[in-house]
Design a protein around this ligand. Structure first.
Ligand code: IMP
Ligand code: ZN
Length: 336
């Protein structure tokens, strides 16, 4: 077990689904917590927790990370964590937050970008990109604002701001697909959370929209409250799926590993990548997620590395950057 984790730690990895505020380590949050948020001990989800309750946990990080300097510091520490876990490419996603008299959404975005710039000097072995999130539960005005900001900052910093993420409590709000279309037309890539809860009508709309990547895709196979038609539509689309195993198990969107959608998509040879979602909230790392894949789905070391290599193709990096990342993974040597 320990040996497997050590191997997974050494593999150069690609992280494509990480929410900034769910990824800040507990240690860093404690350092940043000068307001003495009393709920900190309950921060980490340690056993099965209903999905709805998971969304309450993010509010703790939001209360603590409450000014531009803390956004900068939190971002830098998350990048450092991934770098130490041998992640060579990271797409961080975050929802711009406004705090009256303290921080505008633009300042929030700029603080994240500044941290990515600093990280490119301090931790040059990890390449970091930024996806701006739209929270589906926060209404159309907020969604429009975030999408316009994403377009603006993509134009200003095309090397960092590369995409848009649709996230938030899946039992609330809507997918704002007509707005996502605007972002796509402006050159942003789209990563959309999809089917975290059963909602076949919305899944069909999202699949018809054809985002560049999809998150989770739990309730699509007929065995998981989806349908044959949706599953077939998704396979035909070949849209890569970001799978976050621990997140799904801890939030109870699937009951156990044997029922996880990984089984269906891997067998069908559908493009997938492995991700952490919220590494701090779910007490995981990308290496631990790789180890889970090895242990519970019986993948060999070679197959794990193949997953890592394939994830490069699904990333929003430039072709040049992708080629460099592929070389690093191909040069990784190990004993069978
Ligand atoms: P932030 O966007 O950096 O503040 O990261 C936390 C936010 O990410 C949460 O408030 C949610 O909107 C979103 N998020 C994190 N995990 C999930 C998930 O599993 N499904 C949908 N949204 C999520
Ligand atoms: Zn997510």
């Amino acid at each position: 077990m320990e040996e497997e984790l050590q191997f997974c730690e050494k593999v150069p990895k690609i992280e494509l689904h990480a929410h900034l505020n769910g990824s800040i380590s507990l240690e860093k949050l404690k350092l940043l917590n000068d307001n003495d948020v009393p709920t900190l001990p309950q921060y980490e989800i340690t056993s099965s927790t209903p999905l709805k309750q998971c969304f309450e946990v993010f509010k703790i990080a939001h209360t603590i990370v409450n000014n531009p300097l803390k956004v900068y510091e939190a971002t830098l520490s998350v990048i450092e964590d991934f770098y130490k876990d041998n992640v060579i490419y990271l797409e961080l996603r975050s929802t711009p937050r406004m705090i009256p008299d303290i921080m505008t959404k633009d300042v929030y975005i700029e603080s994240v970008i500044k941290a990515i710039q600093t990280a490119s000097l301090t931790f040059p072995k990890i390449l970091v990109k930024f996806l701006i999130s739209v929270n589906r539960a926060h209404g159309i005005e907020n969604a429009t604002e975030n999408i316009l900001s994403a377009i603006k900052y993509h134009e200003m910093y095309p090397e960092y701001v590369v995409g848009l993420d649709l996230s938030g409590d899946p039992s609330e709000g809507e997918a704002f697909l007509h707005l996502l279309e605007r972002a796509r037309n402006a050159g942003l890539k789209i990563a959309a959370h999809c089917a975290e809860v059963p909602n076949n009508d919305e899944v069909e709309d999202i699949l018809n929209f054809k985002p560049d990547r999809l998150g989770h895709c739990t309730h699509i196979h007929p065995d998981l409250n989806g349908s044959n038609e949706l599953f077939e539509q998704l396979l035909t689309s070949k849209i890569p799926i970001e799978l976050c195993i621990t997140s799904n198990i801890k939030c109870q969107t699937v009951s156990d590993y044997s029922k996880h959608q990984f089984n269906y998509f891997y067998k069908a040879n559908h493009p997938i990548c492995i991700a952490t979602d919220d590494k701090s909230v779910f007490n995981t790392t990308l290496s631990k997620e790789f180890q889970i894949i090895k242990t519970h789905f019986k993948l060999s070391s070679k197959e794990l590395i193949k997953l890592s290599l394939a994830a490069v193709d699904y990333s929003f990096a430039t072709n040049n950057e992708k080629e460099k990342l592929r070389q690093i993974i191909k040069n990784f040597t190990y004993l069978e």
